[in-house]
Design a protein around this ligand. Sequence first.
Ligand code: X2X
Length: 338
Amino acid sequence: MNITRRKLIQGAAAAVAATAAPMTLVYGKSAEFTYKFANNVPLTHPLNVRAKAAADAIRNETNGRLDIQIFPSSQLGSDTDMLSQVRSGGVEFFTLSGLILSTLVPAAAINGVGFAFPDYDAVWRAMDGDLGAYVRGQIAKAKLVAMDKIWDNGFRQTTTSTKPINGPEDLRGLKIRVPVSPMWTSLFKAFDAAPTSINASEMYTALQTKVVDAQENPVSVISLFKLNEVQKFCSLTNHMWDGFWCLANRQAWERLPANIREIAAKHLNAAAIAQRADMATLNVSLQREIAAKGMVFNTPRTDPFREKLRKAGYYAEWKNKFGAEAWAVLERSTGRLA
Ligand code: X2X
């Protein structure tokens, strides 16, 4: 290493030490509980912006006793890895799509049933109501704690490098990346597509190297992961709504004194509510932004997709898997599906 480079690195280390110093001065001691908060989205995503604000508020209100550090962008591993870590306690907090969580807690995929929710009003009524309570109860049985308020990922749209999707027949044979979850695989198989399960951390490369030609995600993720650089068309299929449960390792959660737990839950839930509002604004502005950069948008009618799913036996299959009771809770917010 040459001198200049070494100096630069030493300088950078000193700068980090200098910015870290005030915290030590304010609280006079290091935190009693230092917890990791991991997730798969970039630092720029409202989930991380609001999680960071919540961590600051929690540190403040607990007089520095609980220090939550954010690890964005799958820095600690893929979703599959991070799920193992939050179960073992290697990570204390992890925000994860309910559909991916369903590999451990099958009921957690229920909000992802294709074309179930017509709009956000119906989503929040369900997720802040009976359906969310039912899923959190199932999560608790897996020895994880889910905070009351689920964070928004969004209504998912379909992008391709090849052609717009105008109807279900355009999905036939399409090589599409989906996250790792039977709910996604089953949905796209019902459309006769060729889904491949790939973690979010590998998504950009898989599209760039043409391992797959398509993927599906909310506009916010498409833009913040820069997928518009490797995808041309975005069809607003709105085929499912997906959210992030804020999960805590149960032992780590219960190790916290009750008053600290209360402060943490209060700020994390408030952050989720604020994040939902951020997402509503962002989805509109980001669509405009990536359209200006050349992404081509279209809006197909949803009825033919739903009809195809019905004919393929998709709804009947999932009703059977989730059970009549859970399905009835879902249909209370969505109307009749199967
Ligand atoms: O992996 C994805 O596609 C993402 C970012 O939407 C989820 O976390 C489910």
